[in-house]
Design a binder for this molecule. Structure first.
Ligand code: SAM
Length: 226
């Protein structure tokens, strides 16, 4: 588990929400989790949702601020989030708790559960093995910013300050395979190499690519139409 970096902390903003903020900055200038801002129109045709396959149990092992988890829960998945940064997890937990008390968000929020810790250790514990054999594992690891690319949005810049880059991302794919997840979906920038060899198929989104790895163990049938 990673703790708070020296430059980043969390505190309550003037609106009563926990925010991730650079130490020394004024309250209210950080980033909080606000699921009301997430656009859900046409979600079932979003590349993220298509890549994650048939609705069911899904583990988002790199939860961050939970934006992808929210879209997947709204699309009908039951999502277990894992986040190893204590400070990022605290901000996410605050966002989920507030959503559970908001009548417009509560139904989706109830489909999300948060576990705090190192995903490589938790993947085989958060679901029983028979459930993992049908479940999707979703990974959106940090990646180094591309030189000359536009400035990342504030939440991502602050998360990067809190957790650094994700040099161990490939280990999560290996841990997911070892834990027998049916489908492993890895979000990658368009310019990045595959994390774990050639995927079964790829789905291109506007801002990212989704590499889909499918295990052959449950019923012997695999295919992009899944
Ligand atoms: C790019 S952010 C994820 C953003 C997220 N998909 C969203 O929509 O907000 C990556 C997050 O994964 C977390 N992370 C990376 N490796 C992890 C691991 N092995 N176990 C648990 N969390 C991890 C980082 O701390 C960071 O918060």
């Amino acid at each position: 588990m990673t703790g708070t970096s020296e430059r980043i902390g969390a505190h309550i903003d003037p609106a009563g929400r926990m925010e991730l903020i650079e130490i020394g900055e004024r309250a209210g200038t950080g980033a909080c989790v606000d699921f009301r801002r997430i656009e859900l129109a046409g979600i079932s045709s979003q590349p993220l949702v298509k890549a994650c396959g048939p609705k069911g149990l899904l583990v988002d092992a790199t939860a961050g601020f939970g934006g992808d988890a929210w879209i997947l829960a709204a699309a009908g998945f039951d999502v277990t989030c894992i986040e190893r940064s204590l400070v990022v997890a605290a901000v996410l937990d605050d966002g989920i708790s507030r959503a559970k008390t908001d009548p417009a968000l509560a139904a989706v929020a109830k489909r999300i559960e948060l576990k705090v810790g190192e995903a490589a250790h938790l993947l085989a514990k958060v679901l029983p093995e028979d459930a993992r054999r049908h479940a999707t594992l979703y990974l959106d690891p940090m990646y180094p910013p591309k030189e000359g690319s536009a400035l990342a949005p504030k939440p991502i810049r602050l998360i990067r300050l809190a957790v650094g880059d994700g040099p161990d991302a490939a280990e999560l794919v290996a841990a997911g395979r070892a834990a027998h997840y049916r489908r492993i979906v890895v979000k990658r920038p368009h310019h990045a190499p595959h994390l774990d060899g050639t995927p079964h198929h790829e789905i291109e989104g506007k801002l990212a690519r989704f590499d889909v790895y499918i295990s052959h163990t449950t019923n012997g049938r695999t295919g992009p139409s899944e």
